[in-house]
Design a protein. Structure first.
Length: 227
């Protein structure tokens, strides 16, 4: 099944529905990222995993004057901590960043928008994100282990892209389906995605019907979550 067709199966589903679908398939103790991976703001997103991995920097930071530091910083981005995966993003991708738990803002308000322009639907990392007031204002869906103040120089180095990574205690393979909302993040293995979506849709229908009955009894106006 194509990525686009697969994502259509998950449109409108809550993370809780998808989690229940995975349970019905026996994935009780897999797929849910640790509760420490939280959204910057209440939103939801679903996409196809695009993975990359960064490690703690092993070098030293030279003592430089302002001009020298600016030059070294540019060199660092180009040679130590580049973002080669950005150019490979496709519409529908969900960026999954294994940042090795380092407190550094690999992503911020500018480069997240650059990814959104290429079609990225969301981001998740076991590291940090910075410029968070702007990221929220720009309504970029982002889940992270922490909010960071610092840049990456002297803290992170690029390791690989397009391979398996571990984020929030979950192994993520490129092509898996990432579902995220206010409850956190779930990763659906590609091989189980169609069945998980079908079972999640059934759960969603049952829940909508039950909640709609409560709305009617309480005199609440119906909204998109029950219609």
């Amino acid at each position: 099944m194509s990525d686009d067709a697969l994502l259509e199966l998950f449109e409108g589903l809550r993370l809780a529905d998808v989690r229940d679908g995975l349970d019905a398939l026996g994935y009780h103790y897999r797929c849910s990222m640790d509760p420490s991976i939280r959204p910057l703001w209440r939103t939801s997103a679903v996409g196809i995993a695009r993975t990359c991995r960064y490690l703690p920097y092993r070098g030293t930071v030279p003592r430089l004057d302002e001009k020298g530091y600016a030059e070294w910083s540019g060199w660092y981005y180009g040679h130590v901590c580049p973002y080669p995966w950005v150019d490979q993003l496709r519409p529908g991708d969900f960026v999954v960043i294994d940042a090795s738990g380092v407190d550094a803002g690999l992503m911020g308000s500018e480069n997240t928008l650059a990814c959104v322009r290429r079609g990225a639907r969301g981001f998740v990392t076991n590291g940090g994100v910075r410029d968070t007031d702007e990221v929220i204002r720009q309504r970029v869906p982002f889940w992270s282990a922490m909010v960071s103040k610092s840049m990456v120089q002297g803290r992170l180095q690029f390791e690989s892209m397009g391979g398996a990574v571990c984020v929030g205690g979950v192994t993520v393979q490129p092509g898996d389906v990432v579902v995220a909302d206010g409850d956190g993040v779930v990763v659906v293995p590609r091989e189980a995605a169609e069945d998980a979506a079908r079972l999640a849709r059934e759960e969603n229908r049952r829940d909508r019907a039950a909640r709609r009955a409560h709305y009617e009894a309480l005199g609440l106006p119906p909204d998109e979550t029950v219609v």
